[in-house]
Design a protein around this ligand. Structure first.
Ligand code: PMP
Length: 286
């Protein structure tokens, strides 16, 4: 029986419940992380926790657990649940308050840690590549709820996903509020042109992905030129290759965007090379 950490106790899945007065539920008031383990070891846990604590800081939320204890909770979640290749969902909510939104009525934040498995797409999709559609719904403005904050409010991304599904695409591309390409609904976006690997910069309206940063590193090590620069859809339409990166998705090729075939319509050689290098990295580092 899977066991889930809620505020200091490991609770069996069937009994793992939170209050309906938790502001994470009532208002999406909280932050989270999605983290992977390979062979029982967690990939880049420090970076995930740094992002979690930074997200919490940005929404004025005090995480009630110190950094090193949080790391131990994640490791324990894998061990206790006897998992090897796993996905950890770590949440910090504003906690229990009243029906008003004033966070001062929530005396203590809640910490929840769930360890499970995840498969976003089937193996065939990784082989053939994704089809994408640009959603009408943009990511939040970077000076609003900054996309850098991994908050519990994913409604814009969920709407984008629904729009893509309704249009018959596998995944949605989201634009920045204003202009430019931002990200997928749970992934960062890359394109390849003449073997130069390009992704939007972290200060743009994106969540700065841990996978994105790892792929930029391995691409540079492999001798590709890498560039962080603003992208428009035009640059994606005319790229040789396009792919997405994310903890859950890992590295997945994109073969069609808004009806335009990307490159030759197959998952490209640079994408395949980087996917193999990413696999080797997680095996080595975890
Ligand atoms: N953008 C969004 C909106 C996401 O939810 C995620 C998944 N955390 C990413 C990008 C990719 O980030 P990472 O590589 O850290 O999983």
């Amino acid at each position: 029986m899977p066991r889930i950490w809620i505020d200091g106790s490991w609770i069996e899945k069937a009994d793992a419940k939170i209050s309906v007065f938790d502001h994470g539920l009532l208002y999406g008031d909280g932050v989270f992380e999605g983290i992977r383990a390979y062979g029982g070891r967690i990939f880049r846990l420090r970076q995930h926790l740094e992002r979690l604590y930074a997200s919490a800081k940005a929404i004025w939320l005090e995480v009630p657990v110190p950094f090193d204890v949080m790391a131990r909770i994640c490791e324990e979640a894998i061990r206790l649940n006897d998992l090897q290749d796993a996905y950890i969902r770590l949440l910090v909510t504003r906690g229990v308050g009243d029906l008003g939104l004033d966070p001062r009525k929530c005396p203590k934040a809640s910490v929840i840690c769930i360890a499970d498995r995840i498969a976003l797409f089937s193996p065939e999709v990784y082989e053939r590549g994704l089809t994408m559609m640009t959603a009408a719904t943009p990511v939040h403005h970077r000076e609003g709820v900054s996309p850098r904050i991994k908050s519990l409010n994913y409604l814009a991304h969920i709407l984008a996903k629904i729009e893509a599904i309704a249009a018959g695409a596998d995944e949605a591309l989201m634009l920045e509020a204003g202009s430019g390409v931002s990200e997928g609904v749970g992934e960062n976006v890359f394109c390849v042109r003449k073997r130069v690997v390009v992704t939007p910069p972290a200060y743009a309206g994106i969540l700065r992905g841990i996978t994105r940063d790892a792929v930029l590193e391995i691409a540079a090590q492999a001798g590709y030129e890498v560039r962080e620069s603003n992208l428009t859809r035009y640059e994606l339409f005319t790229a040789d290759e396009m792919f997405l990166t994310g903890t859950a998705a890992e590295l997945v090729g994109v073969v069609k965007l808004d009806g335009r075939v990307i490159g030759d319509g197959k998952v490209g050689p640079v994408t395949r090379d980087l996917a193999a290098r990413f696999k080797a990295l997680v095996a080595r580092e975890s």
